[in-house]
Design a protein around this ligand. Structure first.
Ligand code: GLN
Length: 483
């Protein structure tokens, strides 16, 4: 079966095993064959991609090179790409065509990538299952009756189904890592500020980060080399030197210390998940990484803190969709106030409205101190937990989610159940630290299980190093769903 990783495709393009146009056609052939069932994409950018692939072939024949020359890449549909629709899987932005490129898109283009389409997601990245998309749900390629995770479920499913070579997602509370875990692929949420957010449609601006979703850690490093780094267009992007992530991969991991947070191995975790994660910890130990127990005592407050703060930020960010400047406007427009109200009532889905209401409530005078301000204080405590833990270790190892992919409609009617399933991913966003999901086994039902590696601020290199070494000695990441 045709399923090259990014690293393999790079070599095969260079060796002229196939051209960039042929590679693109092979990827579209897979999309044509499988996406009617997986539904990973919301729209394809065939014309743009073909031109980019042809340009890549010209460069290849002229002997030129670039880090992603001719590589087909998919983008989550909240990353702006000039001339393409950017819908955030929302009715309110259904017809919005971006007039500019996000910084990550500009960097991908400069690196020679071929941008093949936009992937499905939960509306405005709010959700953990892709069931909140205005368009359609995405199906998990390992079991089409189950969700791919969310909110970057389209990117996760596209990578797992081999309907792209690699993809970008975004992670506000786990949206790269949890779908990576559910779909059996690699997903990295970089440190807050590592990758520019310019051109990423905002959900919760103090949490959002773009990151790679790939078939291997090696591929994640290749993408990070392109997208990471300071951007004057994003004032929260950090001016911190970017190492060569690929150069970090082969380093020895002997003598590193991994912290096992006791709060992540309590009741409520599926025994199969626990077993797979414990086996992975043993593999890491046999690679020479020393195990130490650490404590993250404020973990139990993470879900509540995140949903207060992220909804507060969302309620502010989403106030710009008022029917005046962007996208959809209700037909039922009498007075200006009616126009605003009807546009937002008809344009947003249930979950988005729930969060706008929650966020507006926690920011309103009289409740601000009790919820928003308190949430900010707890956020600091959670960050301090990690600062303390990293005095004893280089990485923290944990599960990604309490259970493997769930069935459609299993949690849809119970938002609290859905929110609680984010328990293991949210703390990294609250603390702003980098965190990665890599496959660590399959359940008895054949569903992927994810392992989480969390790192110190701006130390993606150690995560990638440990993850890559793990993938050198295990084969979990080489398994593919049968479609
Ligand atoms: N599942 C979380 C939420 O619904 C995370 C979303 C995300 O990271 N974008 O908010």
């Amino acid at each position: 079966m045709f399923q090259p990783t990014l690293a393999q495709a790079r070599h095969q393009l260079k060796d002229k095993k196939y051209s960039a146009v042929e590679l693109l056609q092979a990827v579209y052939k897979r999309i044509d064959a499988f996406d009617s069932r997986v539904q990973a994409y919301v729209h394809l950018t065939r014309d743009i991609a073909l031109k980019q692939a042809e340009a890549a072939d010209q460069k290849i024949s002229a002997g030129e090179d670039a880090p992603l020359l001719g590589i087909p890449i998919a983008l989550k549909d909240l990353i702006c790409m000039q001339g393409a629709r950017t819908t955030c899987a929302s009715h309110i932005l259904e017809q919005f065509v971006s007039p500019y490129d996000a910084t990550v898109v500009k960097r991908l283009k400069d690196a020679g990538a071929v941008l093949i389409g936009k992937t499905n997601m939960d509306e405005f990245a709010m959700g953990s299952s892709n069931e909140n998309s205005w368009f359609h749900p995405t199906h998990n390629p390992w079991d089409l009756t189950r969700v791919p995770g969310g909110s970057s479920g389209g990117s996760g499913a596209a990578v797992a189904a081999n309907e792209c070579i690699a993809a970008l997602g975004s992670d506000t509370g786990g949206s790269i890592r949890q779908p990576a875990g559910f779909c059996g692929i690699t997903g990295l949420k970089p440190t807050y500020g590592r990758v520019s957010r310019f051109g990423l449609v905002a959900f919760a601006s103090s949490f959002d980060q773009i990151g790679p979703m790939t078939k291997s850690v090696e591929d994640a490093a290749l993408l990070m080399n392109v997208i990471a780094g300071h951007d004057p267009m994003d004032t929260t992007s950090a001016d911190v030197p970017v190492p060569d992530y690929s150069a970090a991969l082969p380093q020895s991991v002997k003598g590193l210390k991994m912290g096992i947070p006791k709060e992540y191995f309590t009741s409520g975790i599926d025994p199969e998940v626990e077993r797979a994660v414990q086996n992975a910890i043993q593999s890491l130990e046999s690679m020479g990484i020393e195990k130490v127990e650490v404590s993250l005592p404020h973990t139990e407050y993470a879900v509540a803190t995140y949903y207060v703060l992220a909804c507060a930020e969302a309620s502010t960010n989403l106030s710009r969709y008022d029917g005046v400047r962007y996208g959809f406007r209700s037909e039922k427009s009498g007075t200006l106030m009616d126009m605003y109200t009807n546009t937002r009532e008809e344009g947003f889905g249930e979950e988005v409205k729930r969060r706008i209401l929650l966020g507006t409530f926690v920011l309103s005078s009289g409740y601000y101190d009790a919820y928003y301000l308190k949430g900010q204080k707890v956020r600091t405590l959670i960050k301090q937990d990690f600062d303390e833990a990293y005095k004893k270790c280089n990485v923290i190892v944990a599960p990604i989610s309490p259970a493997p992919a769930f069935k459609f409609n299993e949690k849809l009617d119970d938002p609290l159940q859905m929110y609680l399933s984010d328990i293991f991913t949210i703390s990294a966003n609250l603390a702003g630290i980098p965190a990665m999901s890599i496959p660590c086994g399959l359940s008895e039902a054949g569903l992927p299980i994810g392992l989480q590696l969390m790192g110190k601020h701006f130390d993606e290199a150690t995560l990638l190093n440990v993850g890559h070494q793990f993938q050198q000695t295990t084969d979990h990441h080489l398994k593919h769903p049968k479609l």
